[in-house]
Design a protein around this ligand. Structure first.
Ligand SMILES: Cc1cc2nc3c(=O)[nH]c(=O)nc-3n(C[C@H](O)[C@H](O)[C@H](O)COP(=O)(O)O)c2cc1C
Length: 325
């Protein structure tokens, strides 16, 4: 029997999962003692950046995985079904054992700053990562990482040429603490590793200042993240079967991230590299990945600097994610 407190605790745990732009599209309905339904909040969609809703499906998959992990800690498992499009139903079963990755959910977080460049040799850690995650193609050669870093900046600049894309991205950025949603959802300045001045500048670069700054060639350098990419211990291409449903890809996305957390490493996804077809094609070809695979994203992975401050998580309260049966 799940009490109302249990339900909220399960939702909070599930909603620690990563979601695209931190939009948190998953909603939870406890239909009866044994049944939980996950739904998509139709108001939380990236109509420009994700018109087919694939990133939302991945985000719901990540939350589903988070829920399964939290259930496992309570000795519960679930049989899954998809009765309607976009709806996932869990029939709870007893007798599960705690999933070891559940212990990493609390500390997992995106890291968008520089990595610790004095970090020790990561060869052995990355070998363990490769063993745990055969769906990661791990790139460690500094030249190859530098090349990828330049390419990432180029593709990022390409996608922000679209004014509507910039507008949508900005609408999920929380650039000042005065924003009422700063700790609720979206990407806040602290989580993007931006100082107050950098956050102010980001608003201008991605906002009304873009045409001018782009025209004189400074928008790219102002947005560049290549130094951060170069500070990574590796860049890992996350690839999955081309015909895998996005929901299942999202479940695996979360687990791979938790494996990386378990090894003491942290990461930042660079999803434009998977989303922009010509970028994905180039990286797949360079990595000799067959057409039976899809490039989901690229992760830059490294060690968080010892003195890095970890901000509180920005999340909606669990009560807002609960849908009445
Ligand atoms: C499908 C998907 C794609 C993502 N792509 C990016 C990305 O390109 N860049 C980025 O910085 N974060 C990306 N993220 C991470 C989310 O922004 C992050 O999970 C969210 O802001 C919540 O923060 P947290 O991971 O620290 O809990 C992605 C997450 C998901 C689920």
């Amino acid at each position: 029997m799940l009490t109302p407190q249990d339900q909220l605790a399960l939702i909070s745990a599930a909603n620690r999962a990563p979601s695209v732009h931190n939009i948190q599209p998953t909603r939870f309905r406890f239909d009866d003692d044994r049944t939980i339904t996950l739904l998509e909040d139709p108001a939380r969609r990236l109509h420009i950046g994700d018109p087919a809703g694939k990133d939302n499906q991945k985000s719901i998959g990540a939350a589903l995985e988070g829920l399964m992990l939290a259930l496992s800690e309570r000795g519960l498992g679930a049989e899954l079904s998809k009765p309607d499009d976009g709806v996932v139903r869990l029939r709870l079963v007893t007798g599960a054992t705690a999933d070891p990755l559940a212990a990493c959910v609390e500390t997992r977080a995106s890291w968008r700053g520089m990595f610790d460049r004095t970090a020790r040799d990561e060869t052995q850690t990355l070998a363990r990562l490769a063993e745990a995650c055969p769906d990661l193609h791990i790139i460690t050669a500094p030249d190859a990482i530098a090349d990828l870093a330049r390419f990432y900046d180029k593709v990022s600049l390409e996608v922000v040429q679209d004014r509507a894309y910039r507008g949508e991205l900005l609408s999920w950025m929380r650039l000042s603490r005065g924003n009422a949603n700063y700790w609720r959802d979206g990407l806040n300045a602290e989580h993007m590793a931006l100082s107050p001045f950098e956050a102010f500048a980001a608003g201008i670069v991605l906002g009304g200042g873009f045409p001018l700054l782009n025209g004189i060639g400074v928008a790219g350098p102002l947005m560049a993240e290549s130094a951060k990419v170069r500070s990574a211990a590796c860049v890992a291409l996350f690839h999955r079967p081309a015909d895998e449903p996005e929901l299942d890809t999202g479940r695996r996305f979360h687990r791979v991230w938790l494996e990386i957390e378990r090894l003491g490493l942290c990461l930042c996804p660079m999803s434009v590299l998977g989303d922009v077809p010509h970028a994905a094609t180039r990286l797949m070809s360079e990595a000799s990945l067959p057409a039976t695979r899809k490039l989901v994203t690229a992760f830059r992975i490294g060690r968080r600097p010892a003195n890095a401050r970890k901000s509180p998580r920005a999340r909606l309260p669990a009560s807002e994610l609960l849908v009445a049966p």
